[in-house]
Design a protein around this ligand. Structure first.
Ligand code: ADP
Ligand code: F6P
Length: 325
């Protein structure tokens, strides 16, 4: 029987955690073992790699995790790994531990790290794990579905009290540079206004006018879903209350959006994406990222994936506004 070129596969989670990362780890570990490879888990992302926090993983190490939020491997942001010296150290540590294939589960920042490792001779595959849905090459990122459902349920609750008190509510959702969570929740929660980093022109007078107009028409609530990238919800609430005379409160949902048990969709997608990443390594592919396009799994070269652009869908944004009248 021919020797496998890739004998040991490492797996790490990096950047902000996302519900479903555990399901992806489980899929990587079990697919690799099924294909006769050894598996090493790297704790705390690239930080753990540089600190050699590396453990052997067996099938039972990923038992009872598919339903859990967070990541059993832990995650981190690591400045040292942005430097050429840090990346060389990381590649040397992989070689020292016999890791010849590495699955990186994270966002596009984590992909840049994987790109550098690939350039230093480590076979790497990226799996999209971020609640932000902001990776251009893929229509799906692990964690997005859970995050929007968590945020949507929270916004429904705020809406109840907002309506009772006839208030305006500004609800801030995650997304520092991407407005997908805000757009989806804005639509699903029937928000009167949706503020996206990609779109908002800081015309606060337009918000004020809209609140006054809706009040005159008898609306008892006014929901503004504000993306973190716009931020400043508390001070915005004070200004809006002063300008409209309508009591206004700000609610910042924060990190609760990143936790919780993953939805069925996140578990399913994480499972097939994690397995596909291992398949790619076993086919001796490297410097690729797994993506979901037009209803199927595909892969791209990391350079190509990182050069792609993604924009908010104009039609979806317009419909969300139209339906909130
Ligand atoms: P995400 O992967 O969710 O986008 P970050 O952007 O915070 O999260 O990136 C996660 C980690 O990936 C960073 O802390 C850093 O260690 C690594 N990383 C990000 N950008 C680069 C880069 N240009 N070169 C090497 N490593 C990077
Ligand atoms: O993981 C993505 C994300 O949740 C963004 O939506 C948010 O801007 C950022 O991470 C928050 O990061 P931190 O956990 O460092 O506060």
């Amino acid at each position: 029987m021919a020797e496998h070129k890739i004998r040991t596969i490492g797996v790490l989670t990096s950047g902000g955690d996302a519900p479903g990362m555990n399901a992806a780890i489980r899929a990587v570990v079990r697919t690799a073992l099924a294909k006769g490879r050894k598996v090493k888990g790297i704790k705390q992302g690239y930080l753990g790699l540089l600190n050699e926090k590396i453990i052997d993983m067996q099938s039972w190490d990923v038992s009872d995790i598919i339903q859990r939020g967070g990541t059993i491997l832990g995650t981190a942001r690591c400045e040292e790994f942005r430097t050429a010296k840090g990346q060389k150290k990381g590649a040397d540590i992989c070689k020292k531990h016999g890791i010849d294939g590495l699955v990186v589960i994270g966002g596009d920042g984590s992909y840049r790290g994987a790109q550098k490792l690939a350039g230093l001779g480590i076979n790497t595959i990226g799996v999209p794990g971020t609640i932000d849905l902001d990776i251009a090459c893929t229509e799906y990122t692990i964690g997005f579905d859970t995050a929007i459902n968590t945020a949507m349920e929270a916004i429904d609750k705020v809406r109840d009290t907002s309506t009772s008190h006839e208030r305006c509510s500004i609800i801030e959702v995650m997304g520092r540079s991407a407005g997908y969570i805000a757009l989806w929740c804005g639509m699903a929660n029937g928000a009167e206004d949706i503020l996206l980093p990609e779109k908002y022109d800081y015309d606060e007078q337009a918000l004020v006018n809209n609140i006054i107009y809706n009040r005159k028409r008898g609306k008892k609530h006014h929901i503004i879903v504000n993306a973190e990238g716009i931020g400043h919800s508390t001070s915005m609430a004070k200004r809006i209350e002063a300008a409209t005379g309508v009591e206004t409160r700000a609610t910042i949902l924060g990190h609760m959006q990143r936790g919780g048990n993953p939805t069925c969709r996140d578990r399913f997608m994480a499972s097939i994406m994690g397995a596909y990443a291992v398949d790619l390594l076993c086919e001796n592919k490297s410097k690729r990222v797994v993506a979901w396009r037009d209803g199927e799994l595909v892969d791209f070269d990391i350079d190509e994936a990182l050069s792609m652009q993604k924009n908010i869908n104009e039609y979806e944004y317009e419909v969300a506004h139209l339906l909130s009248i």
